[in-house]
Design a protein around this ligand. Structure first.
Ligand SMILES: [Zn+2]
Length: 174
């Protein structure tokens, strides 16, 4: 019966949703970078996304291997999340966007601001140098637009069996 047991989940809500975002990241066919995003409000998931080519556009291995083509056609996880919400008629105003494993790029940041997202949560992983400029532009825009950005330790206390609230990084436990 062991195989019927649900996997252990982190106790911290921000970690839980980042784990879910990481799950969606795994669905990406992108050979170089797999990103997942989940929009959440009041601990309920409103929409999700992962990076990939638009629906119906052929995402053949041959096409995905050509970096220029891939970058031109790829819809980022955050944008797919916003698009899914739009398709379903769901407002993201006041929602939190969980993105794994990278910080939001400048293009997605502008979209998230326009969609009404008011908080972005990412893991505190080391950021690749080549995207640093874009991440910095994103941070500048988020600060000016009043969108908070939290970097959450994923190797921190993840003890699902422990009932006491763990300290130190529980600022967003409501
Ligand atoms: Zn992006």
């Amino acid at each position: 019966m062991d195989n019927l047991k649900a996997p252990r989940a982190p106790k911290h809500w921000d970690q839980r949703f980042l784990v879910i975002a990481s799950h969606f990241a795994g669905w990406s066919k992108d050979p170089s970078t797999k990103v997942g995003a989940v929009a959440v409000r009041n601990r309920r998931i409103l929409a999700q996304g992962y990076n990939g080519l638009p629906a119906g556009v052929h995402d053949s291995d041959a096409r995905l291997k050509i970096r220029e083509t891939r970058l031109e056609m790829t819809v980022h996880a955050e944008m797919n999340c916003v698009a899914m919400a739009a398709q379903n008629g769901v407002s993201l105003v006041g929602a939190t966007m969980y993105v794994w494993p990278l910080m939001t790029c400048s293009r997605c940041a502008s979209m998230l601001i326009q969609a009404g997202i008011n908080k972005v949560v990412v893991p505190d992983y080391v950021e690749p140098q080549r995207w640093q400029d874009s991440f910095n532009v994103a941070r500048t825009m988020f600060i000016e637009a009043g969108v908070s950005v939290s970097r959450i330790p994923m190797n921190g206390p993840i003890n699902p069996m422990e009932d006491s609230v763990n300290d130190g990084w529980n600022e967003s436990i409501a």
